[in-house]
Ligand binder design. Structure first.
Ligand SMILES: C[S@@+](CC[C@H](N)C(=O)[O-])C[C@H]1O[C@@H](n2cnc3c(N)ncnc32)[C@H](O)[C@@H]1O
Length: 279
């Protein structure tokens, strides 16, 4: 009997969250796991994946929930200023956080709302239009965590030489209606968005940004590094980590065979920044 009582007590005494933990609701063991810089967990293609994949840049909501749980407490507010079909907002709903999203294209917001309805998940406030316009009207320090996924830099010198029809068919160009853009213009556009997002984030709050590297024009572009540098140039954003997500859904192609090595990029970066006081 005594043994049985002991084992009941063991089950009942779930590890507690340290009362000094102001960042999240994780126990020590969970916290330790969340600091890993490589994510190789497989996320299922669920939550109306077919509907969401019309976008082409959608992220797994469960992956987003895992990241959100590291940087927020239950009930806190997550902002995605480039929300697409809402991977971040769906992730926030899955783990009991609140969300707000901004998206240029209304069609992606409609899909997000439909997914919420079909999955019976809380549907958060969405603002349609340019993030640069909406962000200026956010209350300063009102957001606990910014979690977003930048539109790709789609037009390098090589793609500029492709026909207009080929560019229109590009899978990436579907979720970014941008005009022809150099990498420098793309980086400048991203800098403007994150500069405008800065005031809304609370002091010492974190920001996570998905970014994939690219092989284009016979060259590997370390876009993650370039974007990390660009955002770090904004006074007050300090780079804290670079998490590599192994994207298991990416198909392998025999690029280059049998003449040259061309990488199959099956990982993405999640850059982590913290809002520090401005110099
Ligand atoms: C990489 S996608 C985000 C995908 C998202 N993580 C998801 O799970 O669906 C980036 C989104 O940003 C939007 N976007 C690009 N520039 C924008 C801007 N200036 N303001 C608001 N949205 C913008 C694009 O339309 C695109 O849907």
């Amino acid at each position: 009997m005594i043994v049985a009582r002991k084992s009941i007590d063991k089950v009942a005494s779930k590890p507690k969250v340290d009362p000094r933990n102001k960042l999240n609701n994780l126990t020590g063991a969970e916290w330790q796991f969340s600091t890993k810089t490589v994510i190789n967990k497989i996320y299922p293609s669920n939550m109306q994946h077919k509907l969401r994949s019309q976008h082409g840049g959608q992220k797994p909501p469960q992956l987003c929930a895992d990241i959100i749980k590291t940087f927020t407490k239950e009930g806190q507010i997550v902002l995605d200023p480039l929300m697409g079909v809402g991977g971040t907002l769906l992730g926030a709903a899955l783990c009991g956080r609140k969300g707000v999203g901004i998206e240029l294209n209304a069609q992606w917001v409609d899909i997000y709302k439909e997914v919420c309805r079909l999955e019976n998940l809380e549907c958060f406030t969405t603002l349609i239009g340019n993030a640069n316009d909406h962000l200026k009207s956010f209350e300063p320090n009102s957001i606990d965590f910014i979690f977003t996924d930048v539109p790709y830099w789609i037009m390098d010198k090589v793609t500029k030489t492709r026909s207009a029809a080929a560019q229109r068919e590009s899978r990436l160009s579907k979720f970014n209606d941008a005009e022809l853009q150099t990498k420098e213009e793309w980086l400048a556009e991203m800098k403007e968005i994150f500069t405008n997002a800065y005031p809304a984030l609370k002091e010492k709050g974190y920001m996570a940004v998905f970014i994939g590297d690219m092989y284009r024009g016979q060259e590997y572009h370390l876009l993650s590094g370039e974007l990390a540098k660009t955002i770090s140039e904004i006074d007050g954003f300090l780079l804290k980590s670079d998490i590599i997500w192994h994207d298991d859904s990416k198909m392998l192609h025999i690029y280059g065979y049998p003449f040259a090595y061309i990488p199959s990029v099956i990982h993405q970066h999640i850059l982590i920044f913290r809002k520090e006081r401005r110099k």
